[in-house]
Design a protein around this ligand. Structure first.
Ligand SMILES: [Zn+2]
Length: 79
């Protein structure tokens, strides 16, 4: 179903859907965890401090920042 287009220079452009991935707060199950911008703890993988937007619960996630956007091509499998 999806639309793809090959450009002259070999670049392929495909239609894609943006999907927001967020993390529900494990403490209150109401709010969502949000990255505290500008703060990265210097370890590897990087630890990103997050805070719940409802109850202020805070937690670090390693190597991932919520919410983030991922892209999924709309080309259906099998076609
Ligand atoms: Zn919470």
């Amino acid at each position: 179903m999806g639309c793809s287009q090959v450009m002259e220079n070999g670049i392929i452009e495909r239609e894609a859907t943006a999907i927001e991935v967020s993390m529900k707060c494990p403490a209150c199950s109401i709010g969502e965890m949000e990255i505290i911008s500008g703060m990265v703890l210097g370890s590897y993988p990087a630890q990103y401090p997050h805070k719940c937007n409802n109850c202020e619960y805070s937690q670090h996630y390693s190597g991932v920042q919520y919410p983030y956007i991922k892209y999924q091509t709309t080309i259906s499998s099998g076609l």
